[in-house]
Design a protein around this ligand. Structure first.
Ligand SMILES: O=C[C@H](O)[C@H](O)COP(=O)(O)O
Ligand SMILES: C=C(OP(=O)(O)O)C(=O)O
Length: 350
């Protein structure tokens, strides 16, 4: 028989727990969405953008899907300037490519480091997540208002409840593709999702993720009003693999892509593949993305129509910089990016 816990024991337990954590209330997803609402027109446009991405991934539209933009956003003004330039470029090439802007607000770290605008908007280590959520939603609304479809990496499953309605394509990163919690979340997301291969270059974790996310799940979460709930999902039929290389391995060459397509075929999964030209494929040297993108496009022109997408890391200025007081405007503070003039020339040449 369970003995009732005394008030003293309960208080001692709570006191011990609070040595290791403090709590601060946040607005609920519903409150934030009401404060910064998406108009009906915008919701309809985002629905159409998700459908356009699905059409490419399913081979009904032969254009190339290109997910591109900064590694991370730390400065809204620079992100908006980039977004305006990208929109003009996207319109120019829209007969051949569907361009989706990377609007990445959460960064997964190998160990520790700045985790993105949403977690630490002032980059002072204070982690003002309430401010981060507000600034993130406002920025996504402004970027989406330019007419660009937006992409993000879903890192905390709770964040999609605040921002997911503004996103047309989502990535699950190499560090979280193996996580059951992320697979459960994807099974209930309303947009196409790319799973990256693992950080060691293996694609098995991503094919397992696609299988899992395609299934219905029951999992824990919070409701729009912020209450704990059990969530039941239907399974996401629109997932695909993103090849990003791995420790010492690249996987954008024709043989790697052919092996990947064979594995996807035998697993009965979508054989649509996106190549991430950055990360371990580029060995963190941004300029390599140019040759990789060209090489992948050449494979596609030679008849490999499983290749449906490219990912590029690009910003206003080339390279990267360490965070500090005298930042160069429009330059990444996480991974190195192509600069705008390189980006423009590459996209036109593709
Ligand atoms: O895309 C960005 C980084 O590769 C990723 O967030 C990991 O970064 P880190 O290894 O510098 O922590
Ligand atoms: C973190 C990223 O990628 P990956 O998960 O492939 O390292 C990213 O695309 O920003």
């Amino acid at each position: 028989m369970n003995m009732p816990v005394s008030a003293e024991t309960l208080n001692e337990g709570l006191a011990a727990a609070s040595c290791h954590r403090k709590e601060r209330a946040l607005p609920s997803p519903e409150q934030l969405r009401r404060e910064y609402p998406a108009s009906l027109d915008l919701m309809a446009r985002i629905g159409a953008q998700r459908d356009a991405i699905r059409a490419i991934l399913q081979g009904r539209d032969t254009r190339m899907l290109i997910v591109m933009g900064p590694c991370s956003i730390h400065d809204e003004q620079a992100a908006l300037e980039y977004g305006r330039k990208l929109k003009a470029l996207a319109d120019e090439v829209k007969d051949r490519c569907l361009i989706v802007m990377r609007a990445y607000l959460e960064k997964p770290r190998t160990t520790v480091g700045w985790k993105g605008l949403l977690y630490d908007p002032e980059r002072n280590g204070q982690g003002d997540i309430e401010q981060g959520l507000r600034r993130s939603r406002l920025l996504l609304l402004e970027l989406a208002g330019l007419g660009l479809p937006l992409a993000t990496e879903a890192l905390s499953p709770l964040v999609m409840d605040y921002l997911g309605d503004l996103v047309s394509w989502t990535a699950i990163g190499a560090r979280t593709t193996e996580s059951q919690v992320h697979r459960e979340m994807v099974s209930g997301l309303p947009m196409p999702v790319g799973f990256k291969n693992g950080t060691d270059g293996s694609i098995g974790v991503a094919t397992n993720a696609m299988k899992s996310a395609g299934h219905p799940h029951h999992h824990l979460g919070v409701s729009a009003s912020g209450a704990p709930v059990m969530i039941s999902t239907r399974g996401n039929p629109d997932t695909h693999l993103v090849l990003r290389g791995g420790r010492g391995i690249t996987n954008y060459d024709a043989d790697s892509i052919a092996r990947t397509v064979d594995e996807l075929t035998s697993a009965g999964l979508s054989t649509s593949v996106m190549v991430d030209c950055s990360h371990d494929n580029a060995r963190k040297q941004a300029e390599r993305q140019i040759d990789i993108a060209r090489e992948v496009m050449a494979q596609r022109l030679a008849g490999n129509d499983h290749i449906r997408g490219l990912m590029l890391e690009s910003f206003l200025e080339p390279g990267r910089q360490n965070d500090g007081p005298d930042l160069v405007y429009g330059c990444s503070i996480t991974d190195p990016c192509l600069g705008w003039s390189q980006t423009e020339a590459l996209i036109r040449s593709l």
